[in-house]
Design a protein around this ligand. Structure first.
Ligand code: UT7
Length: 329
């Protein structure tokens, strides 16, 4: 019997209408457009405004578009996984809310929390369900409303992040396409450098945790930068090696969009030309679990069946990884 592969058969993204420019941030914190552009590559980010608007709002938009463009009856979807660190609420999972609002009533649903690597973790998990023959159609969403956990008095983090989400349809295929390999890593020691301290069971919300601004992202940027570069270069290198791929064999490198300088350094260390690296950080900033599906969405028109893609990410946890995909359409 032919091996079953998990093939991406559609991708759709969504970013909110409101655009926060570097000029607007100049009015809020002591920063400037020149610093943000040269140190991060970011020119603007999209922000989800309005009371009661959570990550699901963006996930629902992406999934509705995805179901429509792939001609999928929502009742055919058997599993929905949403990667996010900004769920609508601690429970139920955001995947449940998205499925309810989009009519995917036959699916079981859950969230994966792996920060910027969330989409890689969710895609790998979903692929295993398909490869095992358990399910035929799975929707994987990656998205975050980072503006809900960003301290807009902290110039070191508030200039970086934005809101956005993307979703892919994953289907069983007997062709040599889809998720071909995946290498995921974590190191909990990295939590010292990147975390949101309060709001969980350790430090539930109190007046004090709010006053100490502990419900916001804390990041010590330099060690994260270094670990991100070496972590992503290492796993991409390993995935290339064990699949006998040289950089010439890879059509697109699809990196997490945290900092343009990180992306360039990783590409250089792999001897990979920037012309074949997806970069849209200037438009969206860092949307955490949203960056990879938003890249696939932006480049979907240019992708051809059989193209070799390597997706890679690094983020809070630490978590990181790389996935080798043969594009299916
Ligand atoms: O996606 C999850 C994983 N996260 C990442 O991969 C992010 C990794 N880290 C980074 O991308 C970078 O470390 C940052 C973009 C966060 C910071 O850039 P950096 O080049 O590492 O800056 P730095 O923290 O070393 O700070 C350099 C200087 C400091 O001033 P002094 O102490 O040299 O006087 C900062 O206070 O830049 C200052 N600075 C700013 N200046 C203007 C920091 N943020 C800003 C700002 N505007 N927004």
């Amino acid at each position: 019997m032919a091996k079953i592969h998990a093939a991406i058969t559609g991708v759709q993204g969504y970013v909110p209408d409101y655009v926060m420019t570097n000029a607007e941030l100049e009015q809020i914190v002591d920063t400037n457009d020149e610093w943000i552009r040269t140190r991060t590559g970011i020119e603007q980010r999209h922000i989800l405004k309005g009371e009661g608007q959570g990550t699901s709002v963006m996930g629902i938009e992406a999934v509705n578009g995805l179901l429509q463009k792939t001609g999928t009856d929502p009742m055919e979807v058997e599993l929905v996984i949403c990667a996010t660190v900004t769920p609508d609420m601690p429970f139920p999972d955001t995947a449940n809310i998205i499925a309810d609002e989009t009519g995917m009533k036959n699916a079981f649903c859950y969230d994966i929390s792996a920060a910027c690597s969330g989409f890689l973790y969710a895609l790998t998990t979903a692929a295993r369900f398909i490869e095992a023959g358990a399910h035929k159609k799975v929707v994987v969403i990656g998205g975050d409303k980072m503006s809900s956990i960003i301290d807009y008095t902290d110039r070191t983090t508030c200039v970086i992040f934005g809101d956005g989400a993307g979703a892919v349809m994953l289907e069983a295929s007997e062709e040599e396409v889809g998720v071909m390999d995946s290498l995921l890593k974590s190191d909990g020691a990295g939590r010292a450098y990147l975390h949101q301290k309060a709001g969980g069971s350790c430090y539930p919300a109190t007046e004090e945790t709010v006053a100490r601004r502990e419900h916001f992202v804390y990041q010590n940027g330099r060690p994260v930068f270094k670990a991100a570069v070496s972590g992503m270069a290492d796993v991409v290198g390993q995935v290339m090696q064990r699949n006998q791929l040289s950089s010439d064999d890879i059509t697109w490198l699809v990196p997490h969009q945290a900092n343009r300088r990180i992306i360039e350094t990783v590409a250089k260390s792999l001897d990979f030309p920037m012309e074949r690296v997806m970069v849209n950080i200037h438009r969206y900033g860092n949307t955490t679990a949203g960056t990879l599906p938003l890249c696939l969405w932006d480049w979907e028109d240019q992708l051809k069946k059989g193209d070799n893609l390597i997706l890679t990410a690094f983020g809070g946890g630490f978590t990181w990884g790389a996935i080798y995909i043969k594009w299916a359409y």
